[in-house]
Design a protein around this ligand. Sequence first.
Ligand code: ATP
Length: 245
Amino acid sequence: MTTTPILELNQLRVCYGKVEALHGCTLNVSAGQIVTVIGPNGAGKSTMLNAIMGSLPASGSVDGSVTFLGSDVSAYATEERVALGMCLVPETRELFTTMSVADNLQLGAYRRKKAGEKNYMDQLETVFTLFPRLKERRTQAAGTLSGGERQMLAVGRALMGKPQLLMLDEPSLGLAPLITKEIFRIISQLRLTGVATLLIEQNARAALQVADVGYVLETGDVVLGGDAADLAVNPKVIETYLGLG
Ligand code: ATP
């Protein structure tokens, strides 16, 4: 496994006013890896993603550093981070519901127009290979898709921008178990596209199965980190996040 760091968080602290939500988190994502951050409600997982993207609300202040592809991007605006190759798929998925699947995908590529039509078609083919369902439904309005298909479209649209780092905030949220399984199967295939993935999940079992590396975030602190396979057999993780099943 390659260990080139794509993303490095060093002592990342986030405060909302006087309330500190992240207490100094350090973690890395390397090229080609799937890294997951698991933890309960309110642990600070979405805060971490928003701090990485530079998209915290005005009340949020950040300390420590976010290094992306070797540059300290802590002071960069969100658009600059996106231009460098970061992309976040938020919990809310944020699709253009009255537009077709194909048009949503095209919008995902708008920053890469300069890369040319051939490049666009190649990336569209990659997305349709990962998500054949989107190809079948390409003329359908995004708002009429099922929950699972919407999640597929949100991830597909993000991939159209050819990011180097894809961040997924709770991709299984609100999805039925069978669809969740399908979404995780697709996430495991993201490695083949070369993108590094940072996956935030409450579904710890599925996330640790699919990831190379995992971190456990509890009330703003990274309390455990290591190979996802090791975390999956860690007694504390089993007791708190995996249950007996
Ligand atoms: P969930 O899984 O429920 O989405 P999370 O792990 O993503 O939880 P965050 O949403 O990052 O957790 O919240 C971390 C802490 O920061 C919580 O205590 C939350 O109440 C607080 N918080 C989040 N956003 C704000 C905000 N805009 N202003 C003040 N406090 C906030």
